[in-house]
Design a protein around this ligand. Structure first.
Ligand SMILES: [Zn+2]
Length: 390
C-alpha cells in the first residue's frame, strides 16, 4: 500500500514498533531517496515562530495578524464591554509576543502595514468602549500605558516590537559564540553597532544584524536612557526584555503625563488629580466578570474607561450651559478649564462631589464597598458584623 515518496496511511501491524495501537492509523513518510523530500528554501516554522527570508517572515506575520484581527472581530460581538476588554488585554494580544521576538517588527518598509492593521484592530476595543471613532493624543497614550500606570494595558505593535526584537538579538549574540563559535562574528554585541559621536554607523557584519541596530537606534532616539542602561549592564541582562520595556514604558509614561498636564488649568489640575487617582490599580480592569461583584454594566464600565482616559463625559454645544443634574448649578464658562474654581465640569467630577448626590453615592458606592469588605473579611475567616451608622 505504500507509495514511494508520498504520505500514506499505515495500519498498526505495519507500523509495529512505533507505538501505534491496533486499528489506529497515522500518516507516515515512507523512506525514500532525498530527491523526493520537499525542502523549503525561503523559511520554516521553528518553535512556533518564523525563521527565513523577509518574504517568508512577512507572510507568516501577515497570517498571524489576520488571525488576531479575526479573533478581535469575534470578541467585538460579546455583549459585555468588560469581557471584551479582559479577553483582549489578558489573552488575545499576547499572541504576537513570540512573533515580535523573531521578526524585526519595527522595520516599516517590511511590516509597516501589518503594524498599522494590528494596532488599528487593537484600538477598536477602546474606541468602542468610549464611543469615539478617534481618540486624542493623550487618551491614545493612556490606552497603551499599563493599568498600574493609570492606563488600559493595550500593547501596540508600534511601541513594543522593537524592544522585544532587540532583547531577542541580545540574547542571541550572547549565546551564539558558545553554540556556533565560527559564526559568532556575525552577531556582535549590540553596543558594537552603535556609532561613535558624529560618526556614521559601523558596517553591520550580516544582514540579520542591521535590523537590531536600527531597532536600538529607534529606541534610543525616544529613550536615551536605554543606551546608558546597556552601557552599564552585563553583556546580556537578566530579563533583558523586561528591563528594556520598563525603561521605555517609563519614558512613555512621562510623555503621556506631560500631555495630560498640558490639558490642565495650572490652578486647578483636575486631569493630573484623576490620573494619579487611577494609578496603582492593576486589578479592577483585569477582573473577568464572573459574579455580581466583578461585573459592571456596559454603561458603568464605559463611563469608567472614559474617565480613565481623561475624556469629557457630557458634551454641550456652544451657547449651552453645563448643568449639575443634582443641584442644578450651572457653569459660567464654555470650558471648565477656564473656570477660576471648581464648577460644573464636563468630566463628571461635579457629580462625584455634589452634596445633593450624597444619598445616591451612599447607595451605589459606599454600601456595595462595605459589602465587599465584609465578604473579604469572612473569606479570611474573620467574624465580622456590619455596624450601622448612627
Ligand atoms: Zn451639584
Amino acid at each position: 500500500m505504500a507509495t514511494d515518496g508520498n504520505w500514506h496511511r499505515s495500519s498498526a501491524h505495519q507500523a509495529s514498533g512505533l507505538g501505534l495501537l491496533r486499528g489506529e492509523t497515522r500518516l507516515l513518510w515512507h523512506r525514500h531517496p532525498l530527491r523526493d523530500v520537499e525542502i523549503a528554501t525561503d523559511g520554516t516554522r521553528v518553535l512556533g515562530g518564523p525563521v527565513g527570508s523577509s518574504d517568508y517572515c512577512r507572510s507568516f506575520a501577515e497570517n498571524l495578524v489576520q488571525e488576531v484581527i479575526e479573533d478581535l472581530d469575534v470578541i467585538s460581538r460579546m455583549s459585555s464591554l468588560k469581557s471584551q476588554h479582559c479577553l483582549t488585554v489578558g489573552s488575545v494580544q499576547h499572541r504576537v509576543n513570540h512573533l515580535w521576538r523573531m521578526i524585526p517588527g519595527g522595520e516599516n518598509s517590511i511590516f509597516g502595514d501589518l503594524m498599522h492593521n494590528y494596532d488599528e484592530a487593537l484600538l477598536s476595543i477602546p474606541r468602542r468602549m468610549t464611543g469615539r471613532a478617534l481618540l486624542p493624543d493623550h487618551a491614545l497614550g493612556l490606552t497603551g500605558l499599563s493599568p498600574a500606570s493609570g492606563g488600559l494595558g493595550y500593547r501596540f505593535w508600534r511601541s513594543n516590537s522593537d524592544c522585544t526584537f532587540l532583547a531577542s538579538y541580545m540574547h542571541t549574540s550572547y549565546h551564539f559564540p558558545k553554540l556556533s563559535p565560527a559564526l559568532a562574528h556575525l552577531f556582535p554585541p549590540i553596543l558594537e553597532l552603535v556609532p561613535a559621536e558624529g560618526m556614521p554607523p559601523p558596517r553591520a557584519p550580516s544582514a540579520a544584524v542591521a535590523p537590531a541596530a536600527r531597532a536600538l537606534a529607534r529606541i534610543t532616539a525616544a529613550t536615551p536612557l536605554v543606551h546608558d542602561r546597556l552601557v552599564g549592564a552585563a553583556t546580556v541582562m537578566n530579563h533583558t526584555q523586561h528591563v528594556l520595556s520598563t525603561i521605555t514604558n517609563e519614558a512613555e509614561t512621562r510623555r503621556v503625563i506631560s500631555l495630560d498636564s498640558g490639558l490642565d488649568n495650572p490652578d486647578l489640575p483636575r486631569h493630573m488629580e484623576l490620573y494619579h487617582s487611577n494609578c496603582g490599580d492593576a486589578v479592577t480592569l483585569a477582573m473577568v466578570p464572573s459574579d455580581s461583584v466583578t461585573t459592571l454594566s456596559n454603561r458603568s464600565f464605559a463611563t469608567g474607561i472614559i474617565r480613565r482616559l481623561l475624556l469629557p463625559i457630557s458634551h454641550v454645544t456652544r451657547g449651552e450651559r453645563r448643568r449639575c443634574p443634582g443641584c442644578h448649578k450651572e457653569s459660567t464658562r464654555e470650558s471648565s478649564r477656564d473656570e477660576s474654581s471648581r464648577s460644573v465640569d464636563e468630566f463628571g467630577d461635579t457629580t462625584l462631589g455634589c452634596k445633593s448626590s450624597l444619598p445616591t453615592r451612599t447607595r451605589l458606592w459606599h454600601d456595595p464597598l462595605v459589602e465587599v469588605w465584609l465578604m473579604l473579611a469572612r473569606m479570611a475567616g474573620l467574624r465580622v458584623v456590619k455596624r450601622c451608622a448612627i
